[in-house]
Ligand binder design. Sequence first.
Ligand SMILES: [Zn+2]
Ligand SMILES: [Zn+2]
Length: 151
Amino acid sequence: MGKNLVSFRAPCPVCGQTVTACRQESLRRDRVAVPWFAPYEVLIHEVVAGKTHDPHSDRKRIHWACDACIDAGRALLADQSKQEFNDCWPYYVYTDDTIHCKDCGCDFVFAKDEQKHWYEKLHFWVQSRPIYCKPCKQRRKAAGQKPSEPK
Ligand SMILES: [Zn+2]
Ligand SMILES: [Zn+2]
């Protein structure tokens, strides 16, 4: 694809620091477990094309982070081989995400280690996300409403 592929630089979605994208651990070719889906060149292109870095606007954005963010624990390295995905990008890293509860309207954190558990242990589709905060979830459960997650 691009002739300058190896030197492609992109802002880290987590810290904003511009880094050489293809040298980052989260995007390394040998970590891409699904070449039929995400050839490295396409992946890097998508990253550099800057799909969007707004964490709430585009589910198809690539979740990655620079090495410094992974080392500092701001991002948790993901394992795509354990994820279930089809028409959207797998996670290359997990980062804490803030979600608006559909019931009470509060903001709650969908933590990165919780995401890893959802997508790699419970094997929920990677596009599924919690819609209720924990208290609301417990209240609904206690009230006998069927759990509606994941969607
Ligand atoms: Zn970073
Ligand atoms: Zn709530």
